[in-house]
Design a binder for this molecule. Structure first.
Ligand code: M6R
Length: 362
C-alpha cells in the first residue's frame, strides 16, 4: 500500500519523521540509552570495525566521524566484499559491527562469520530482526524503520544513522569524552530531528526543481566535506541507482586532485554544505567549480545561503541543525533529488533495472 504516494520510495521518504520518532522512543528513556540484552560495555572496547555494503556502508562511514570525534574511539570501516577476502587481523578488544537493512546481504553475513570467534563482540544494526545477521550477532540492534520496499534505501538509512549516533553517544558517555550536559544537548537535538525532517520535506518543490534541471545531464558530481562527505556518496549512489545518471561523489578537498578536470557547463555539481565549521572551505571549492562554468546546486541552511547562495544555479535552504546531526537531515534532500530526477526521466523508481532489494548472492 503506497498510502496515496506514486511510489513506495516516496512513501518511505515521507514516513521518516514518524519512523524516526518511534525509533527514538524505542532507544531513549530521558537521556539514557536503552540497549537490548546483553548490552555493550564500551569501557573495554579498544577498536571498532564496521562492515556493510551500499547505503549501509555510507551509514558506517558517517558513524566513523561520530565515534572518532565524540568518543575518541579508533574506527575502521570497510565494504563487506573487500573485508572478507582480505582476511584482516581482528584482534581482542575489537567490536565488529555490521549494518544491514535486510540482514541477509551475502557479503556482510560472510564478513560477520569471519569475525565470529575473533572479535570480542559481534554487533549488528538491522531492520529485519529475524534475519541471519541479527541471529548470528551477540547483540542485534533493530533500527525500527518498518518494512522498506523501494530498492533505493531511504528510511533505513536515516534509522541506521540514528542507532549509530546513539551508540557513539553511549561510547562517549562511558569513555568520558563528553560530559552529561553535552550528551543531554545532543539528545535534545536528536529529539528535535523529526520536526526538522518535516521542515526538510516541505522544501520538496525546490528539490524537485533542482532535480528537473539535473535530469538531462549525463554526469553529476556530488561534493561534501566532513559529515557531508559520506552523505555526498549516498546522494550519488541514490541518483545512479534509480535515475541511471552517472554520478560520482568526492570529498570537496579532493576536487583539485583530479575531478575538477571534469567540470564544464554540462556537469551539474550538487554541494551539501550547511554553515558548519568547514563551510568556508567548501565554498571556496564551490567557487572553483563555478569559475570553470560548473553549475552548482547548493544545499545549505539560511546562513549558508545568505553568505554563498547568490551565484549558485540553484540554492536549496534547509533548517539549521547541529552540524553533528546534519547527515540525518541532509539525507532527505539527497533522497528527494534522486527521486525527482528518476520521476522526470520516467524510470522504474521502486524496481530499478539490474537491482534487487536484498543481495543474497556474492
Ligand atoms: O540489506 P542491506 O542493507 O545489507 O543492503 C545493502 C545494499 O545492498 C543496499 O544498501 C543498496 O546499496 C541499496 N539499494 C541502496 O539504496
Amino acid at each position: 500500500d503506497k498510502a496515496g504516494h506514486k511510489h513506495f520510495m516516496a512513501k518511505e521518504i515521507a514516513e521518516q519523521p514518524v519512523v524516526l520518532a518511534n525509533a527514538l522512543s524505542a532507544y531513549l528513556s530521558g537521556d539514557s540509552l536503552i540497549l537490548p540484552e546483553p548490552g555493550l560495555d564500551f569501557t573495554k572496547v579498544e577498536r571498532l570495525v564496521m562492515v556493510a555494503c551500499g547505503t549501509a556502508y555510507y551509514a558506517c562511514l558517517t558513524a566513523k566521524y561520530w565515534f572518532e570525534r565524540l568518543a575518541r574511539l579508533p574506527v575502521e570501516v570497510d565494504i563487506a566484499s573487500e573485508f572478507r577476502y582480505r582476511e584482516p587481523p581482528v584482534t581482542k578488544g575489537t567490536v565488529a559491527l555490521f549494518v544491514s537493512q535486510s540482514g541477509e546481504t551475502a557479503d556482510t553475513l560472510a564478513a560477520l562469520r569471519y569475525c565470529a570467534g575473533k572479535a570480542d563482540t559481534i554487533v549488528s544494526v538491522v531492520n529485519v530482526e529475524t534475519s541471519s545477521i541479527a541471529r548470528e550477532s551477540d547483540l542485534a540492534l533493530p533500527i525500527h524503520a518498518g518494512v522498506e520496499i523501494g530498492v533505493a534505501s531511504t528510511k533505513a538509512f536515516t534509522c541506521q544513522l540514528n542507532v549509530l549516533f546513539l551508540l557513539a553517544l553511549e561510547a562517549a558517555r562511558v569513555r568520558g569524552t563528553l560530559d552529561a550536559h553535552e550528551i543531554a544537548q545532543l539528545i535534545g537535538s536528536l529529539r528535535a530531528m523529526p520536526g526538522l525532517f518535516n521542515a526538510a520535506l516541505a522544501v520538496d518543490p525546490a528539490l524537485d526543481q533542482a532535480a528537473r534541471k539535473i535530469a538531462p545531464a549525463r554526469d553529476v558530481l556530488f561534493l561534501g566535506r566532513g559529515y557531508m562527505y559520506p552523505l555526498a556518496l549516498e546522494g550519488a549512489l541514490k541518483l545512479k541507482e534509480i535515475s541511471y545518471i552517472h554520478a560520482e561523489a568526492y570529498a570537496s578537498g579532493e576536487l583539485k586532485h583530479g575531478p575538477i578536470a571534469l567540470i564544464d557547463k554540462d556537469v551539474p555539481v550538487v554541494v551539501f554544505a550547511p554553515k558548519d565549521s568547514l563551510f568556508d572551505k567548501t565554498v571556496s571549492n564551490m567557487q572553483e567549480v563555478m569559475a570553470r562554468g560548473g553549475k552548482v546546486v547548493l544545499v545549505t541552511d539560511a546562513a549558508g545561503a545568505a553568505s554563498a547562495g547568490a551565484d549558485a544555479w540553484q540554492t536549496v535552504v534547509l533548517p539549521t541543525v547541529d552540524e553533528r546531526l546534519a547527515p540525518l537531515l541532509y539525507a532527505l534532500p539527497a533522497q528527494l533529488i534522486a527521486y525527482h530526477a528518476a520521476v522526470a526521466k520516467g524510470t522504474d523508481v521502486d524496481q530499478p533495472r539490474n537491482l534487487a532489494k536484498s543481495v543474497t548472492v556474492e
